[in-house]
Design a protein around this ligand. Structure first.
Ligand SMILES: NC(=O)c1ccc[n+]([C@@H]2O[C@H](COP(=O)([O-])OP(=O)(O)OC[C@H]3O[C@@H](n4cnc5c(N)ncnc54)[C@H](O)[C@@H]3O)[C@@H](O)[C@H]2O)c1
Ligand SMILES: [Zn+2]
Ligand SMILES: [Zn+2]
Length: 393
């Protein structure tokens, strides 16, 4: 089959690789109909996530049709259309029982590698380095899905791929980012990053009762999309003193809730940015935590900072004094995707949200290398690319 493989930083290719096979009784093989590129894939593309090996198949946002099933999967049939969470979860461990799906104790066969980095291992993830299991991803014609009786979610009749695909990751991620912000009626929520995750966080914050959302980025098309969702916007290239601007917009108090939907590759200006770039370049720090620092500094006293943006290692100069003395709450995590499948599908069915608003590009799987560049460089107004195996160019 054809698959998108990682061949080193800034090198992805579409190659012929062996078809996946059932390995365990609870496996399924899915024929991919739609798959997407995520901001998290850019961290791999740019070479910031350790544990990648040449030839690894990328992709953790995908859906398709069940074509083969192990004898242990009783809830699916061949021909079912399913969307697959990027988190691989066993369904029966301490964490799965508490719906903390991304913390599953049984799905990362390389747990010791993760433990060496983080103390404990999170769940396995599709297409996301050998630290989280080395599972082949879904930017391919077919994928093997372990614990297929737990993850894949059957698409209700009448819903299209484009409406359902983002339930695999970014819609639940934006939603959990907003939920983790503890939004109360009347709150002002500041959201850094108007990429796909930021866009879903904006819509979710509003659905969860935020009175006002302030979205921060510098890419005009992305800011425009945020504005269309009802957010006030700050272009940080024009308004460089973001914390001051947020203070002014909130009568001096600061936003009640701050969401970092940017993560470890934050862009910026000035000495702080170049300090991070330099330390990251010599591997003396793994993150450019500009946005996290700003979110902590900007948040009002007693507020909440929610971090859906991905961080992988160690960051410098986190303003812990501000965090402690302002009495802030900090919440984060890889998304517990399975928790959100049903309620968010209901929002789609009820017409409260149509996740396809985010798609700007639809390309054949074969054009993945161009698609990665387009998405990374934010060229041609690119906000989200959907790749379709079998689509003609
Ligand atoms: N927690 C999870 O489970 C989970 C799931 C999916 C994605 N993520 C993470 O969420 C983050 C965003 O993903 P995405 O797909 O939206 O990525 P993206 O790269 O498309 O978007 C990031 C946006 O942040 C903006 N940005 C950069 N520096 C900024 C700054 N200083 N201030 C304000 N905006 C800034 C960029 O211009 C861009 O629009 C990534 O770190 C990704 O890994 C986390
Ligand atoms: Zn993702
Ligand atoms: Zn589990």
């Amino acid at each position: 089959m054809k698959a998108v493989v990682w061949n080193g930083a800034l090198k992805v290719a579409v190659e012929n690789v062996p078809d996946p096979e059932l390995l365990n009784p609870r496996d399924a093989i899915i024929k991919i109909t739609s798959t997407a590129i995520c901001g998290s894939d850019l961290h791999l593309y740019d070479g910031f996530i350790p544990g990648m090996q040449k030839g690894d198949i990328l992709g953790h946002e995908f859906m398709g049709e069940v074509v083969d099933l192990g004898p242990g999967v009783k809830n699916l049939r061949q021909g079912d259309r399913v969307v697959v969470p990027f988190t691989i979860s066993c369904g029966s461990c301490f964490y799965c029982k508490r719906t903390l799906w991304s913390l599953c104790d049984n799905s990362n066969p390389n747990a010791p590698a993760a433990e060496a980095f983080w103390g404990f291992s999170p769940s396995g993830l599709f297409g996301y380095s050998h630290i989280t299991g080395g599972y082949a991803g879904g930017q391919a014609e077919y994928v093997r899905v372990p614990f297929a009786d737990v993850g894949p979610y059957k698409v209700p009749d009448g819903l299209t791929d484009e409406q359902m695909l983002f339930l695999s990751d970014i819609f639940p991620t934006g939603y959990m980012g907003a939920e983790n912000a503890d939004i109360e009626p009347g709150d002002t929520v500041a959201i850094w990053g108007c990429g796909p995750v930021g866009q879903f966080a904006i819509k979710s914050a509003m659905l969860l009762g935020a009175e006002r959302v302030i979205a921060i980025d510098r890419i005009p098309e992305r800011l425009e999309l945020a504005r269309q969702s009802g957010a006030d916007i700050i272009n940080y290239e024009e308004t460089t003193q973001v914390i001051e601007a947020l203070k002014e917009m909130t009568a001096g108090r600061g936003p009640d809730r701050c969401i970092d939907a940017v993560g470890l590759e934050a862009h910026g200006f000035g000495p702080q940015y170049w300090y991070d770039r330099a330390k990251q370049a010599v591997r003396a720090e793994t993150e450019r935590a500009l946005v996290l620092r700003m979110a902590i500094q900007a948040c009002r006293k007693g507020g909440t900072v929610s971090v859906p943006g991905v961080y992988g290692g160690l960051a410098d100069k986190i303003p812990l004094g501000s965090f402690v003395n302002k009495g802030l709450t900090l919440r984060s995590g890889q998304t517990h995707v399975q928790r959100y499948l049903e309620p968010l599908t209901k929002l789609i069915q009820d017409g409260k949200i149509d996740p396809s608003f985010i798609i700007t590009h639809r390309l054949p799987l074969e054009q993945a290398p161009e698609a990665y560049e387009l998405f990374k460089q934010k060229q041609d107004g690119c906000v989200k690319v959907v790749l379709k195996p079998g689509m003609s160019a």
